[in-house]
Design a protein. Sequence first.
Length: 255
Amino acid sequence: MPSKERSIHAEAVVLRHTDWGEADRLLIIFTRERGKLRAIAKGARRLRSRKAGHLEPFTRVALQLAQGKDFWIVTEAHTVDAYLPLRDDLVRTGYASYLAELLDRFTSEEEENGTLYQLLTDTLKRVAAEADPFLAVCYYEIQLLELVGFRPQLFNCVRCGEEIKPEDQYFSAELGGVLCPKCGPNAPASRPVSVEALKYLRHLQRSSYRDARRAILSAPVRHEMEALLQFFFTYLLERGLNSPHFIHDVLKNRP
């Protein structure tokens, strides 16, 4: 473990946890101060544990951590924000799982990124509060790509460099952005992207959330944006994500 500090205070969001040993939990947390960490919550699975309720996934929590041999040890935990609406609605639960899964997949341990932490907590709050969380999640996707170094090029053709015009284009995950109608058909594994979907993706990339949330998207454009981003994520991560399937199943079975 790189750090020599024996004990630290940290604010964190619990991304996920798994059972560990007979009564412990292994937590994957994203902290404001240290980025992603693994930590053991001893006795968290016992009925009388005082820590357990503070260490559920998607909870924002203040922690005291002690350095163990292989993992940090949670010695104190206090909830800062439980984002309770995320637990009362399966769609919101699915979106919260998706935010956590994306962050987990794109980050390594002990890489501090306070801006990424702020994006996560802001988005959890938005997903918990807004009637339709779609734009909050899409904004998170675009901004996360920026912060982890995979900003897609949406304003110029990634092959010839020409400025993109207001017409249907192509998108290449391999090349990392949009291709013009001349270059797109000849690029392997490129896929069409409509002028409307591209317009909104560009808007999300260069706007504040306050401005971005004013967008009004039709159902076909939403589906296209969602599919395009999943296509890009699958290429970058070399595997698909789990949470989108859960979200789709819940939405499909809603009355």
